[in-house]
Design a binder for this molecule. Structure first.
Ligand code: DGT
Ligand code: CA
Ligand code: ZN
Length: 577
């Protein structure tokens, strides 16, 4: 245990993680090699995911025991604690304008171009970039031209919400929600407790965690709430609500309400704001006034509701799943009783890695873990580049053996191929044709033009052996914007060829994102929800893909792997087994 005042002085995990991310970005602008950058980015991720304060571990020399954190990084964490800064980071921050990191992340740019824009034109941040583009100074540079300038302006005009560094990934917030609900539910003063806000709606990132409860002793329950073990700082503690910031930098908020209006409050605090505003405007047209405390009719009498179902029913709606509450057409359909029956689980996971490429578990370990999660089939999709020189045959032998040893689960021989710059794939066609399931993904050249990237992916979609495009837009939440694609062209090609598009469940990808997956399905494209697991534990990422699919309004029929392998397999181009 560490004393409270020392714990307060230690940098929280999210701050450390941000430092290493910034270090990686600045090194990249400085021209450092990919290996070092990846080491820092992996470390940042591990630090962020850790439930214990990594700074405290580093001081005890134990941070090295975490995967992805070596001696060098541990030393830098200790340096940050002891001196208040990381010298290497300070040096880079002095040498390179920090705003150039945002410039580097603009689709179509990248580290080399960002650096040139800085040295040749003095661009230091996004404002500078916009000015330079508007004044046609960028097209004057050799090799850039008017088209690049136009693209830059278009990118700057697009909302950058998905890069939002101040928001927390759902994958980090949900485990906290679960632990908090368990913490509260076991207290004798707790009657009902629920998640609310954006985590309940399963948005890909959240600002904070919102909870509501009813209690026979709200003071006792709020005291218990702020005594949660990983509290770093209590920021509010009143009679009906309290707020704290957790060790890993997430704000959590509990409101205790009276049971009569629990339904009204839950509905209100679940949001979204846009959904609530639309709901209230429609109610006003019916002469009703909706608030968190109840529904008031024209005579001024207020009715309170214990459940959300009653709130929606009183306003003439069927209950609406929280994932749909974004004012995106759900209210009209709920009024007509025509909401879609959302997908709620998958039967097979069609993208995962093993020790044959960059995964950490063997084929059999993945199979055993997948079976324990109730899956009926999995596709082992190691990277093709790691299956050359006879390794593919050895891997297939291991897949055959795993099928013999693990009953009740089918282990498919899949592969993840790179879509090369020219649209070709990095495994010969005859080997691809023998695979049960082929995922094709872009892993390089993210900065290429919209035309080039679109053509490249469409070529893969049209390849007869490709079943699915992995993480189609290449975004990394908080790190990398999606690459510039003509999604309508991609959706049209995928629908025409029966090639599925993935919702990749890695919490920092969630790619396709909700609105894109919804548009894809509307265009007739089949969606596949995958974990892209690189460890047995990460198989749970498939759940995040399903959450995203629900936010995309998808039904079982639209999610290919919600069905059995027999239902999936006939769609395979050239199915032979
Ligand atoms: P975020 O940004 O990830 O925390 O998203 P939310 O939706 O959790 O937003 P938050 O925490 O600010 O507020 C929780 C809920 O409270 C929100 O979903 C809807 C409700 N709410 C907040 N502000 C307003 C408002 O101005 N009008 C209405 N009608 N509802 C609001
Ligand atoms: Ca919130
Ligand atoms: Zn993968």
């Amino acid at each position: 245990m560490i004393a409270g005042d020392v714990a307060d002085a230690l940098p929280p995990n999210d701050e450390l993680a941000q430092s290493f991310e910034l270090l990686a970005d600045l090194l990249q602008l400085d021209g450092a090699d990919g290996f070092r950058l990846n080491a820092y980015r992996t470390a940042a991720q591990r630090i962020r995911d850790s439930a214990t304060p990594v700074a405290a571990l580093a001081l005890e020399g134990k941070a090295k025991q975490l995967d992805g954190i070596g001696k060098t990084i541990e030393a830098k964490i200790v340096e940050r604690v002891e001196t208040g800064e990381i010298a290497a980071l300070v040096r880079l921050q002095t040498a390179i304008p920090v705003g150039l990191v945002d410039v580097m992340h603009v689709p179509g740019l990248g580290p080399k171009t960002a650096r040139r824009l800085w040295t040749d034109l003095g661009v230091e941040d996004l404002d500078g970039l916009r000015d330079a583009a508007e004044q046609n100074r960028i097209s004057a540079l050799p090799g850039l031209g008017e088209k690049s300038e136009q693209r830059i302006l278009e990118s700057l005009a697009r909302p950058r919400a998905d890069v939002g560094a101040d928001r927390v990934l759902l994958g980090r917030a949900l485990p906290l929600v679960e632990r908090l609900i368990a913490h509260l539910a076991t207290h004798s003063a707790c009657e009902r407790v629920s998640e609310a806000g954006s985590t309940r709606r399963r948005t890909e990132t959240v600002k904070d965690v919102d909870l509501i409860a009813t209690s026979n002793d709200s003071t006792a329950l709020l005291d218990h709430f702020v005594a949660f073990p990983s509290v770093a700082k209590v920021t509010a503690h009143g009679e009906t609500k309290a707020t704290f910031v957790s060790q890993d930098g997430i704000a959590a908020d509990l409101r205790v309400v009276s049971p009569e209006c629990y339904g009204n409050l839950l509905q209100h605090f679940t949001g979204s704001k846009a959904h609530n505003v639309a709901l209230r405007e429609e109610a006003v047209r019916q002469g009703l006034s909706v608030s968190e405390w109840g529904i008031e009719d024209a005579d001024g009498s207020v009715t309170t509701m214990e459940t959300e179902e009653e709130v929606y029913a009183a306003l003439g709606y069927a209950w609406i799943s929280p994932e749909l509450r974004e004012n995106a057409g759900e209210l009209e359909l709920a009024r007509r009783g025509e909401l879609p029956a959302l997908v709620d689980s998958i039967r097979g996971d069609l993208h995962m890695h093993t020790t044959w490429s960059d995964g950490r578990a063997s084929v059999e370990e993945m199979a055993v873990a997948a079976k324990a999660q109730g899956l009926k089939y999995i596709a082992i999709c190691d990277h093709a580049r790691r299956l050359r020189d006879g390794r593919l045959a050895e891997q297939v032998a291991e897949i055959v053996a795993a099928n013999d040893r693990v009953s009740g689960l089918r282990v498919l021989s899949g592969v993840e191929v790179d879509i090369r710059a020219d649209g070709s794939l990095d495994m010969p066609s005859e080997l691809l044709a023998e695979r049960d399931w082929v995922v094709a993904s872009v892993h390089s050249g993210f900065q290429d033009s919209r035309e080039k990237l679109t053509t490249r992916i469409v070529a893969a979609i049209e390849h007869p052996s490709v079943d699915c495009i992995g993480h189609p837009t290449g975004r990394k939440l908080r790190q990398r914007a999606p690459y510039d694609l003509d999604l309508d062209a991609i959706f049209a090609a995928a629908a025409a060829t029966g090639t599925a598009l993935e919702i990749n469940g890695q919490p920092d990808r969630l790619d396709l994102r909700d609105v894109h997956a919804r548009a894809a399905a509307a265009a007739g494209v089949k969606i596949v929800c995958n974990s892209d697991a690189h460890s047995t534990r990460a198989l749970a990422y498939a759940d995040f893909a399903v959450m995203q699919a629900r936010r995309a309004w998808l039904t079982d029929e639209q999610v290919l792997n919600a069905g059995s392998w027999r239902e999936v397999a006939p769609r395979r181009a050239g199915a032979s087994r």
